[in-house]
Design a protein around this ligand. Structure first.
Ligand SMILES: Nc1nc2c(c(=O)[nH]1)N[C@H]1C(S)=C(S)[C@@H](COP(=O)(O)O)O[C@H]1N2
Ligand SMILES: [Mo]
Length: 370
């Protein structure tokens, strides 16, 4: 099997933020961020199989063809975001954290297509007494990952998997094309609203089980540790007690003007401010984004670009606002989002050791030319 990159040097990269927000649907190219804990395997769609096992009546082995032809296909526009998105802001504004230095581009908003996980599980027949006590684990055994683990995996609650409106997909396509190799070809899970780490790529196993995935990345990473976990040592006693991160928080980011830019005002004294915003878990879509030029004392409502209106609750919102500014000054802008569920960014982000799920106000500090 051909692989690209390695356990020592996996492919991890993000696009320039201005490119990212230039299209509502993030195209299948380098505008999509890459997050890998190991090498990228080149799988053959003709012989690749996904095993469905665990607490099911009829274990299955499904080919890509089976998944395409034996189940109803669904298309969902959903953001997929790494839990570490915006980590750089957390380490800069709050305190140093452990983890890759993601800025604000570890997110993409794509059209995913494939059967619903629930339909696949229904075909296998869930064999559990109380669905609330179970999980569904996803795994890729094709390549080893960092931390000495020989496979990658993650899990979600079985109840979420079985909930029709949770839209959990066994995705075969991204933006109308077969999944790109680096994004999981030929099969990946897409769990809308949830930290990207559970959306397992190059999927080869789906297991209904009474405990969470035992993979390192479910048990010892991707958790919001309490503030008293300040290093590896103190964290060790919290890993077991801290729930695995699932739903991502309501969030917004200012992309234009970018932090550090030199901005020329229009003759009107105005500048156009643009960015993206994301809802909390399944509470989308984002219904309001506001911008402040006075450190949060007053807020101006931004307009959400029409591509998003009435669309998927899982999608991001692209937004823009026109703000009047003073020439020749260092300027500091903030943004905050509110979703349909009423969740609003609080402006009081909590520090955590792994720097995950940072949800402080969108922020941009730049010079306005005299
Ligand atoms: N098999 C496998 N699946 C994986 C990962 C991985 O390293 N291996 N990384 C996860 C993480 S942490 C994220 S954020 C997303 C990134 O998806 P992308 O590379 O398509 O952007 O994939 C998830 N699925
Ligand atoms: Mo991630």
């Amino acid at each position: 099997m051909k692989v690209e990159y390695s356990v020592e040097k996996p492919l991890n990269r993000e696009p320039a933020i201005k490119d990212l927000i230039s299209s509502y649907i993030t195209p299948n190219n380098d505008t999509c961020y890459d997050r890998n804990h190991g090498p990228i395997p080149y799988l053959n769609a003709k012989d690749h199989l996904v095993k469905v096992d665990g607490e099911v009546l009829k274990p299955l082995q499904l080919s890509v063809e089976d998944l395409k032809t034996r189940f109803k296909q669904h298309e969902i526009v959903s953001a997929l975001q790494c839990a570490g998105n915006r980590r750089h802001i957390m380490r800069t504004l709050l305190k140093e954290v452990n983890g890759l230095d993601w800025f604000e581009g570890a997110v993409m908003n794509c059209k995913w297509r494939g059967p619903k996980l629930r339909d696949v599980l229904n075909e296998a027949g869930i064999n559990v007494k109380n669905i609330k006590d179970y999980h569904v684990a996803f795994a890729c055994y094709k390549v080893p990952v960092q931390g000495g683990e020989s496979w990658y995996g993650g899990s979600i609650e079985l109840a979420r998997a079985m909930k029709e409106s949770a839209d959990v997909l066994v995705a075969l396509e991204m933006n109308g094309q077969p999944l790109p190799v680096k994004h999981g070809f030929p099969i990946r899970i897409v769990v809308p609203g949830v930290s990207g780490c559970r959306s397992v790529k190059w999927l080869d196993r789906i297991t209904v089980q009474s405990e969470e995935s035992t993979n390192l990345y479910q048990r010892y990473d991707y958790k919001i540790l309490p503030p008293s976990a300040t290093d590896k040592e103190t964290a060790s006693k919290y890993w077991d007690k801290t729930p695995a991160l699932q739903d991502m928080p309501v969030n917004s980011v200012i992309a234009v003007p970018q932090n550090g830019d030199k901005v020329k005002l229009a003759t009107s004294g105005a500048v156009e401010v643009k960015g993206y915003a994301l809802p909390h878990g399944d509470q989308g879509p984002v219904v309001k984004v506001e911008v402040s030029a006075d450190n949060g004392r007053t807020w101006k409502v931004a307009s959400i670009l029409p591509q998003n209106s009435g669309q998927s609750k899982w999608a991001w919102a692209l937004w823009k606002a026109t703000v009047q500014l003073q020439k020749g000054q260092k300027t500091h802008l903030l943004s905050r989002a509110t979703d349909k569920g009423g969740n609003m960014q609080s402006g009081e982000p909590q520090w955590n050791l792994r720097g995950v799920a940072y949800d402080g106000y969108g922020i941009s500090t730049f010079d306005v030319a005299a």
